[in-house]
Each structure stands twice: as C-alpha cells, then as structure tokens.
Ligand binder design. Structure first.
Ligand code: ATP
Length: 493
C-alpha cells in the first residue's frame, strides 16, 4: 500500500513526463501527492468516523432501537430483554389476530418490502442495470439509476426508480425482458410514477406525473394463471359504476363501470368474451330482479347468450331483422327519455319506471360487417352509432363483444369509452382497442395463452386515472351458474 492520496477522476489527470526516454511521449495519469503516513491515517480515521455518523443518522430508527435495547440490557440484563421480546411478540400476535388488514399493511408488507429490497433489488441492482444497458459510463465513472422505494403486494413487487438525468422511460420499456429475468420475475412492466403527497417540495403537485421517476412492476406469482372463481351473488345493493366481474393482477377485485359509459370487449375466438358478459349480468342480478336494470340480449351466433335467454328482459337472435328491430327499439326508448329528461335533469338515476337498459351484443361484427343483408347492416350501424353517441346520459348502455377490432369491421369502436382487450391475434390490434401506446406500456394481449384454463378471460384494461394498462381475469361463469342465475330471477317472478 502506498502512502498517498489519489484523485481518481480522470478529468483531473495531469501530464506525467517520461523519465527514462526523453523522446517518449508524455503520459496522462492521476496526480499523486506523497504525504506523511500519520496524516494519511488521521484523514482516513476522520473519514471513517464521518461515514459512521452519517450511516447512523440515515438509519436513525435502527440506531435508536439498537441503542434503546442496549440501554435496557445494561439496566435490567438479558432477562428484561427477553421479557420485552415476549411482550412485543404477544402484542404483534394480538394485532395480527384482531386487525389483520392493518397488521398486513403496516407491519408485514413493509417488512417484506425491506427484505426484498435487501436480498433482491439492492443486491442485484448493479449487475442488472449494467447488463440491461441502463447504466451509463463517462470518464470511467459509472452512473446507475437509484432505487427510491420498494413496495410489495401478495403477488407483485413495485420498485420506485429515479432514472438517470435525461433518461426517458421508453428506454426502460425496451428492457423489460432483461429486468424480468434479472430480478427473477414472471413479468416486468414500467408504470408512470406520481408525485407523493408527503414531499415538502412540490406539495401542491401531489398526484401529478413525477418526471424522472418510474415504477417497475415485477410480477412474482401470476395470480391469474388459474381460472378465477365466479364472483358471489351481490347483496341487494348494486353499484352500476363498480360491478365486480373478476380479479386484477394484484388480487384486488376487477370492477367495471356501466353507468354512463359503453363497453367494448375484443377478443379472438375462445378468448373468454362470454365470461365477461355473464359476469356483468351476474353482478347486476339483484338490480335486474328489482326492476332497476333491464338487459336486452342480442346473440347472432345463438351460442352464448342463448343459453340464459330467460334472464334477458328482451332477447333476439333473429338474423332476418329481429336483432336490428331490437336495437331500433332501444333507440326509440332513448329518444323518448331524452325528450322527457331534456332540461329537467342531467344525471340519470335508475328507477322501476325508467330502468337502466343494457343492450348486450355477443358478436357486434355480425351486425356491422358480416351480415349478408346490406340494408340490415346499415340500419344496425345507424342504431348502434346513435345509442353509443347519445345513450349514456339517459341510461342506455351498449355492451358489445367482437373478435376482430379492425376499422373495416367496426368503425365506431371509439364511441365505446370503456374497452377491454382479451387475447388478440396481432399486437397491432391491442392499440386499436386500448388506444395508442397501450402495447408499449405492457398490454401484451397477443401473448395471452390460447389454453382456456390459462388464458381464457384474461385481458387488459385501462383505468380512468392512469394510462397504464392493468391485467385482469374475468370470473368463470359455468352453465350451472347461468342456470342458477335464471332460477334466482324466476324465484322473484
Ligand atoms: N374466465 C374464464 N376462466 C376460465 N375459462 C374460461 C373463462 N372464460 C371462458 N373460459 C373457457 O374458454 C372457452 C371459450 O370461452 P368463450 O366461449 O367465452 O370464448 P369467446 O371469446 O366467447 O369465443 P367465441 O368468440 O368463439 O364465442 C370456454 O368454453 C371455457 O371453457
């Protein structure tokens, strides 16, 4: 070991003249100052002490806990410490027993997040960043993005990252595969970060997008790899803006709004569109029974809705015009309501006299594109366009399923404010359904498994408050469940 201080920044290099060969060109090297050993030791000692104080201050909760425990041991010996540990364990046990949700969110999850941070993310951060090409080198210095926080849920880890200055999130989107493999996750997605409320800087901007920061969402266990059981029949209260139809990837309920919107479900054949339709009907069942909601079913294929036709207030699978008549009846009802409500109210509240009408169409494309009768096609398109452009405010909602979302098949898809992309054949179709950029943001609907038990009912949605798609799976409604639903309604009749 040389007794010297080196300044390692290459930008600080000085020219070192060649000593042996006067014709040799000079070299550039860091400057070296020779110092007395005592001074070097003293400086290193001061550096070490300052570093220690900084670590103790930065980790002040741990410092205080250890200091407190040490002081207690000094006062009462190890017996006092054991007694204390017993009381703390008992307290935590009681908390977990009586208040599991708060124990989970305030103790267990933060502890697990800390553990995952130490054992997975901090440990592998540098190699993963370097191998993914997300680190940056300049003048022999390495610059790494930094981990701000780690959060865990039952199935997913979320890592808040401060990117390098000037680094765009799109670079991270390009490396999701490296990140998933590097941190041993099944899936990695990049999410927009929002400014936290507690920061003293920019407090007024809390909840807005946080430039320079992103969330890495790393799915450890795929909670949607097995069929999701059907949702329980709701109690009498039905909230038409939060209908439970399945589960989200983070294991929370997947809630769908129908009040004040129209819903388009796109999915290739066998993608599980039927399970979304039936889950919606199931979620509204008490309101249907109470007469506050009416579901009008249209099933050109005669395979899906036909099975539970008794559940629908009106139903048609008549390809020779009955289905279009039903759509036009819905338009008539809508116009009558508009005439009555106009100037009186702007908010629709379902009543028995004016129930919320859901027009459910299993294969929209049959009406808009595949029907051989040109006139019927024109009438169907006109009725659907009118309903989807004017029906929201008077309590008429269109729920349409279709296999092919291309424009030549359905040119009114933008009139459906809420859209669900189940398994699709091509990646381009994802943006057609969910909007531009959805595929890049992680809605990989073309990669959903075609195996029914793994991928049927799995899809992506976009929530109202975020551009980032969320992976969901609809509850699996079996034929027996549909029969039970029909029986539930006929009991009341
Ligand atoms: N949510 C689900 N969970 C598990 N399996 C499902 C789910 N939904 C559907 N399936 C399975 O996938 C099969 C196909 O589903 P479904 O008929 O609903 O697809 P689809 O999208 O309506 O197809 P198509 O457009 O051809 O009618 C069903 O027979 C069922 O076995």
């Amino acid at each position: 070991m040389g007794w010297e201080f080196r300044r390692s920044a290459p930008s600080d290099n000085v020219m070192v003249p060649a000593t042996s060969d006067p014709f040799e060109s000079p070299k550039w090297a860091p400057p070296v100052w020779h110092m007395p050993p005592v001074l070097v030791l003293l400086v290193n000692l001061v550096r070490g002490l300052v570093g220690l104080v900084l670590v103790l201050v930065r980790h002040w909760p741990t410092t205080l806990t250890v200091a407190g425990l040490g002081w207690l041991t000094y006062l009462g010996g190890w017996q006092l410490l054991t007694l204390l540990a017993g009381w703390v364990s008992l307290g935590l046990g009681c908390w977990a027993w009586f208040g599991w949700p708060t124990f989970l969110s305030l103790v267990l999850r933060p502890a697990r997040a800390r553990w995952r941070y130490l054992t997975v993310y901090r440990r592998n951060w540098r190699p993963v960043m370097v191998m993914s090409g997300l680190a940056f080198y300049r003048n022999a210095r390495e610059y790494l993005p930094t981990i701000v926080r780690v959060e865990v849920t039952k199935t997913t880890d979320r890592v808040l990252v401060k990117m390098l200055s000037g680094q765009p999130p799109s670079i991270w989107h390009d490396h999701v595969e490296n990140l998933a493999h590097g941190f041993e996750a099944a899936i990695c997605r990049i999410r927009t970060a929002k400014r936290p409320a507690r920061r003293w800087r920019g407090r007024g901007r809390a909840g807005q997008d946080w430039p320079g920061h992103i969330w890495l969402e790393l799915v450890r266990d795929d909670a949607l790899s097995k069929p999701v059981s059907v949702t329980a029949l709701p109690a009498s209260q039905v909230d038409l803006s939060r209908l439970p139809v399945g589960r989200r990837e983070d294991s929370s309920p997947w809630l769908v709004r129908l009040l004040g919107t129209h819903l388009l479900i796109a999915g290739a054949t066998g993608a599980g569109k039927g399970s979304v339709l039936w889950s919606l009907v199931r979620a509204m069942l008490p309101a249907i029974r109470a007469g506050l909601v009416q579901v009008w079913g249209i099933d050109p294929k005669r395979m899906e809705l036909a099975f539970g036709r008794g559940i629908f207030n009106r139903y048609s699978d008549d390809t020779s015009g009955g289905m279009v008549d039903l759509l036009e009846d819905a338009v008539d009802e809508m116009s009558k309501r508009a005439a009555r409500f106009g100037g009186v109210t702007r908010t629709f509240i379902p009543t028995v006299a004016d129930p919320f009408i859901v027009v459910m169409v299993d294969e929209l494309a049959f009406l808009t594109a595949y029907s051989p009768d040109r006139d019927l096609k024109r009438r169907a398109l006109a009725a659907l366009s009118t309903l989807t452009s004017q029906g929201r405010s008077v309590g008429v909602c269109v729920v349409g399923a279709l296999q092919d979302p291309r424009k030549d098949v359905i040119n009114i898809r933008n009139l459906f404010p809420t859209r669900i992309a189940l398994r699709l054949d091509e990646s381009e179709q994802v943006d057609m359904v969910l909007g531009d950029g959805a595929y890049d943001r992680g809605a990989l609907a073309d990669q959903i498994s075609p195996l029914p038990e793994v991928g049927a009912g799995v899809g992506y949605i976009r929530l109202e408050d975020s551009p980032d798609p969320v992976r969901v799976r609809a509850g699996w409604v079996s034929d027996a469940d549909i029969a039970a639903m029909a029986a539930y309604l006929s009991e009341a009749a």
